[in-house]
Design a protein around this ligand. Structure first.
Ligand code: NAD
Length: 279
């Protein structure tokens, strides 16, 4: 709680025009009272020698409590963004522990992966990230994620016509998948500014709309149009309008994409199995 006081001092010192007051608490029932936007960032990092299943369980305990507190206290229209890793499964646990809230209110952060993809394409093609459209990242926020350029355009041209397939498969995909690790290696600390910026992008699109633009969000997969397991928190291509996200349906999935989507789907299914006791 001492460190939190320092955070509040910094927030006050930013003199943000929209900050009215700040409540500090370690009680989720107080923190989530009438909450409209919840950014769940706190989670336990993976320690040396820690198995993935142990990490899932330890973090699962955090997100069970937060899901219940959101269920009992938050606004019925609350928008929840889970950033803390493993973000998709943590969001899934929170959602399952909030049965009175619409599952569509829970999302996990894939926007950083989406933005990383835009930036890599812009760099490769000598364009700008704002000129890259219709990017899709499927699946889990992990090394199995599938950054898919099948529908993407740059300066109005299909990206697939501008870059060669070898770069796409052997350079672009692994670079985006491993970007988090590359940043840790270079900086000695995990991505912070880019992650915070992506969280703002995610919430801004969700709340204010994406103007028809495609964005990637980890969302509840129930009823998805791509044959993906219907009980996962899975990154899909969406547009946002009127405070709601909507899946982009009807995209043609080729064999390569199907294989990549299936791989990340299998990982999420195994994560779900590891936390079955918390759901
Ligand atoms: N989805 C993404 O794209 C993405 C990107 C960047 C970081 N992340 C993840 O976001 C998380 C936060 O990253 P960071 O760099 O700020 O890590 P950090 O270690 O600096 O901060 C984690 C915070 O979680 C808090 N915490 C620990 N246990 C908690 C609990 N039971 N309840 C609430 N809070 C608790 C810790 O006190 C700490 O302040 C990590 O899990 C990281 O892997 C995700």
């Amino acid at each position: 709680m001492g460190a939190l006081e320092g955070v509040v001092m910094e927030l006050n010192d930013c003199a943000f025009p929209l900050v009215d007051s700040i409540i500090t608490t370690d009680d989720p029932n107080v923190a989530f009272k009438d909450t409209d936007y919840a950014l769940l960032v706190g989670s336990k990092p993976r320690g040396p020698g820690m198995e993935r299943a142990d990490l899932l369980k330890d973090n699962g305990a955090i997100f069970t409590i937060q899901g219940k507190a959101l269920n009992d206290n938050a606004s019925r229209d609350v928008k929840v963004l889970v950033v803390g890793n493993p973000a998709n499964t943590n969001a899934f646990i929170a959602m399952k522990n909030a049965p009175d809230l619409n599952p569509k209110n829970f999302t996990s952060m894939m926007r950083l992966d989406h933005n990383r993809s835009l930036s890599q394409i812009a760099d490769k093609t000598g364009s700008h990230s704002t000129r890259v459209k219709q990017m899709v990242v499927w699946g889990n926020h992990s090394a199995t994620q599938y950054p898919d350029i099948s529908f993407a355009t740059v300066d109005g041209k299909p990206v697939k016509e501008v870059v060669d397939n070898d770069w796409y498969v052997n350079d672009f995909i692994p670079t985006v998948q491993q970007r988090g690790a590359a940043i840790i290696k270079a900086r000695g600390a995990s991505s912070a500014a880019s992650a915070a910026s992506a969280a703002i992008d995610h919430m801004r699109s969700w709340a204010l709309g994406s103007d028809g633009g495609w964005v990637s969000m980890g969302v509840f997969s129930k009823g998805n149009s791509y044959g993906i397991d219907e009980d996962l928190m899975f990154a899909l291509p969406v547009t946002c309008e009127n405070g709601e996200w909507k899946e982009i349906t009807g995209l043609e999935i080729n064999d390569f994409s199907r294989e990549m989507i299936s791989k990340t789907e299998q990982e999420l299914i195994s994560e779900r199995e590891a936390v079955a006791g918390l759901l």
